[in-house]
Design a protein. Structure first.
Length: 241
C-alpha cells in the first residue's frame, strides 16, 4: 500500500459550520490548483485535502470524512475507479464526483458502476461544478451537459433490456429505489406490504449481485427505467433502508 509521507499529509482542520468539505484527487498539480481556486470562491465550500493518486484519496477520505470527493479517473498507484470502489465500500454517505477529459460511454458506465454520484468533464464551467457539488451533496446525481448520454443510451439499447431477468414487480421496486423512495413509500405506491417490498428487493439484489442505492439506480438507467438528467439535480436522495 502506498501511503503519503507524513510531511505531505494535510493538517487536520476543524469543520466549519455550513461548509461542504471536499477532497480533490488529480495527479496534475495545475488541475488541482485550478479546481481549488474556482471552488474556494464559494462561501459554502472548503477544500480540506488534495490527493495525487487514488491511494491518497482513500487515505484522506478515511482521515477527514469529507462530504464530497472529486476524482480524476487516470491516476498513478491506483486509478480513480478503483479508489471510488474502496471509498464507497467504507463510506456510503460521501458524495463521489468524477472529473474526466473522457466522455465515452465505457468510462461513464464504469464510473457510475462504482457507486459514484456524478460525472463531469474537465471543460465544465465553475457554475456547473458548483451545481454538481450541490446536487451530489443533496444525495442526487449529476452529469456534465457534454457527457455523451446519447451514445450511452445507444450502448444500453444494444444490450438485453432485462439482463437480470427481473420480474415486473421487481422492476417496479427498482424504479422506486431509483426515484429515491423508501420501502414504505414504494409499498404505498404499489399497494403491497412493506415486507413484500423487502422480499422483492432482496430477490432483486440476489439476481443483480448486491449493490447500494446508487448502483441500483445506475442499473435502472442501464435498463431504461429512468433517464439521467443533465445539469440539474436529477433524483431525490436514495433511500438506504
Amino acid at each position: 500500500m502506498v501511503k503519503p509521507a507524513p510531511d505531505t499529509m494535510p493538517k487536520r482542520q476543524e469543520q466549519r459550520p455550513g461548509k461542504l468539505r471536499i477532497v480533490i484527487a488529480d495527479d496534475h498539480a495545475l488541475v488541482r490548483d485550478g479546481i481549488r481556486a474556482r471552488l474556494e470562491m464559494e462561501d459554502n465550500l472548503e477544500i480540506i485535502a488534495e490527493a495525487e493518486n487514488g491511494q491518497q484519496a482513500i487515505d484522506y477520505t478515511r482521515l477527514y470524512h469529507p462530504d464530497i470527493v472529486i476524482l480524476d479517473i487516470s491516476m498513478p498507484h491506483m486509478n480513480g475507479l478503483e479508489a471510488a470502489k474502496v471509498i464507497r465500500h467504507h463510506n456510503r454517505t460521501c458524495g463521489i464526483l468524477f472529473l474526466s477529459m473522457y466522455d465515452n460511454p465505457e468510462y461513464v458506465q464504469a464510473a457510475m458502476a462504482t457507486g459514484a454520484n456524478g460525472f463531469l468533464l474537465k471543460d465544465v464551467c465553475t457554475q456547473g461544478m458548483v451545481s454538481a457539488i450541490a446536487s451530489v451533496a443533496a444525495g442526487g446525481f449529476y452529469f456534465s451537459k457534454n457527457v455523451s448520454l446519447s451514445a450511452l443510451k445507444e450502448e444500453t439499447e444494444k444490450n438485453d433490456p432485462n439482463p437480470y431477468n427481473l420480474t415486473d414487480r421487481e422492476r417496479d421496486v427498482l424504479l422506486g429505489i431509483a426515484n429515491g423512495k423508501a420501502n414504505k413509500e414504494i409499498a404505498q405506491d404499489l399497494g403491497i406490504g412493506v415486507r413484500t417490498v423487502e422480499s422483492h428487493r432482496q430477490r432483486m439484489r440476489e439476481k443483480i449481485g448486491g449493490g447500494n442505492a446508487a448502483q441500483l439506480t445506475h442499473i435502472a438507467m442501464e435498463m431504461g427505467l429512468i433517464s439521467p438528467q443533465n445539469d440539474e439535480p436529477s433524483l431525490k436522495p436514495p433511500a438506504l433502508d
